[in-house]
Design a protein around this ligand. Structure first.
Ligand SMILES: Nc1ncnc2c1ncn2[C@@H]1O[C@H](COP(=O)(O)OP(=O)(O)O)[C@@H](O)[C@H]1O
Ligand SMILES: [Mg+2]
Length: 296
């Protein structure tokens, strides 16, 4: 990553050294139900991490309407499919976002990683290994639901953040996600973030219910990251396609995201000790994880 991307973002080398020993390399943002705020969470965590001086790469693993690039006020000309089809090298598809966040734009190749052929995976790995960027943290925005690729992307992460709203369907689907992730051979730490909550209390209640059920029925401890208030300004900003960085600092929701990011990057007990190349190998090598493989 260019050195200029680390300046002007509150970079503090002493603090950064501390973070590098303590935070997870790979964080996935996932959910059972769509439209709960995964992409906004991805973007806000990425921007917050940049403010803390971390080098951040976002992998957009969802092809929703409001993709990472759109929410950041960018437009991707190329995506991972152009790379897979040999039209362009990986370094040419990376987008430069606000504050120096780097983004690998979505494409069906990433969204259907579990369906890629062996040859395609090797080609993708070769490309990823050629990335000019190095990163302190990779944030993966996944699709909703328990498709093979979503499970695989979560298995690459040290920490999976499950996003839910207080809405009963979203909670039921969040529980299904927790259950399926807990059945996998390679499990990330699972934490919960409650978005669009009316109050701290409502967020806490949603967490209590889900963690209680997860504990009782699957013996799984879920960490609570906190809640993001429902904030009409967020909807306005998204509709106007204003870059997310604007509302991260000025709105209640933005500040709540910032606080959660600070907790993640400050308080991790165990370091993410993988080499970057190993992360890429785990990412493309679906066989090593739990996703069912299509024919190679
Ligand atoms: N905290 C919030 N307050 C108000 N609206 C929100 C909030 N978080 C998300 N939204 C709304 O939900 C929509 C979906 O969010 P998004 O991050 O795209 O969800 P997902 O990626 O899970 O599909 C946003 O476009 C926005 O209108
Ligand atoms: Mg999304």
């Amino acid at each position: 990553m260019n050195s200029d991307t680390t300046s002007g973002a509150g970079f503090n080398s002493e603090k950064k050294m501390k973070f590098q020993k303590n935070f997870p390399h790979v964080i996935s943002i996932t959910s059972g139900k769509g439209g709960v705020g995964k992409t906004l969470t991805t973007v806000n965590l990425a921007l917050s991490a940049r403010r803390l001086g971390l080098k951040v790469l976002v992998l957009d693993g969802d092809m929703g309407l409001a993709n990472v690039d759109v929410v950041l006020g960018l437009q991707a000309r190329y995506n991972i499919n152009d790379v897979l089809e040999g039209r362009i090298g990986i370094n040419s598809i990376i987008l430069d976002g606000p504050l120096g966040v780097k983004i690998i734009p979505s494409g069906s190749g990433i969204c259907q990683l579990a369906q890629l052929s062996f040859v395609q995976r090797i080609a993708l790995l070769e490309q990823l290994e050629q990335l000019n960027e190095d990163f302190d943290v990779l944030v993966i925005d996944t699709s909703a639901g328990i498709a093979d690729t979503v499970l695989h992307l979560n298995s690459v992460a040290e920490q999976s953040i499950i996003v839910t709203t207080p809405e009963p369907h979203a909670m039921t689907d969040a529980y299904a996600m927790i259950k399926v992730l807990s059945d996998q051979k390679k499990q990330p730490n699972i934490s919960l973030m409650v978005n669009m909550a009316k109050s701290e209390m409502e967020g806490q209640q949603v967490y209590n219910r889900l963690s209680d059920v997860a504990n009782r029925f699957i013996g799984k401890d879920i960490k609570y990251l906190g809640m993001i208030p429902f904030d009409p300004q967020i909807q306005k900003s998204v509709a106007q396609r204003r870059a997310a960085s604007e509302f991260t600092t000025h709105t209640n929701a933005g500040q709540a995201w910032n606080k959660i990011a600070q907790n993640i990057f400050d308080n991790q007990g165990e370091p993410g000790i993988r080499e970057q190349d190993q992360i890429w190998r785990e990412l493309v090598w679906v066989n090593q994880s739990n996703a069912q493989l299509s024919s190679i």
